[in-house]
Design a protein around this ligand. Sequence first.
Ligand code: GRF
Length: 215
Amino acid sequence: MKNIVILISGRGSNMEALIAARDAGDLPVNIAAVISNRPDAKGLETAARAGIATRCLDHKAYAGRVAFDAALAECIDGFAPDLVVLAGFMRILSEGFVRRYDGRLVNIHPSLLPSFPGLHTHQRALDEGVRIHGCTVHFVTPALDHGPVIVQAAVPVLDDDTEDSLTARVLAQEHRVYPLAVRWFAEGRLRLEDGRVRLDAPTLADAVLVAPRLA
Ligand code: GRF
């Protein structure tokens, strides 16, 4: 069974979705550890309650990004993960760190990339008046919120949406697609090849993830 390490900075609801999928038998992975860069991350308690090893490396205690990333990599490597899963990890990672985990580092972003990289994606989607919004799971490259797309889920944007209602609709889809993408990796079906995503034996259900159901 493949080992994964999950990196968080806060609430950890995507991490919880991964734990729930594992517990339901839908995600054949060993969650070796959950690591946070913030001591007050609520997700650390959730992970500990689930019996998962937790670590906190407070980025403020390090001289700079490179020093923090080196310590983080050492901590991660202690758990020998096959895949490192960024789940609301709010740190820009150095190029050296990203290259070290080439093809083994995934992220979830709350927009249909390449639209709306960065922060405040839901408000920006509302401000632009887009009719379709969503989330993206992607392999990480050194550019922020960029990289080969593994899976996306789309939701409608409604006339009376607020930032909160749109956030909730997208988050529900995040909790659906992240466990799915990690499962593909765990099953050995998903890999990065020459900068392209390869998924073996995709079914129509894997390929079509438009989610028009309203939350
Ligand atoms: C999610 O919307 C994720 O896409 C983004 O940060 C948020 C983290 O939420 N990168 P949570 O900590 O998983 O609840």
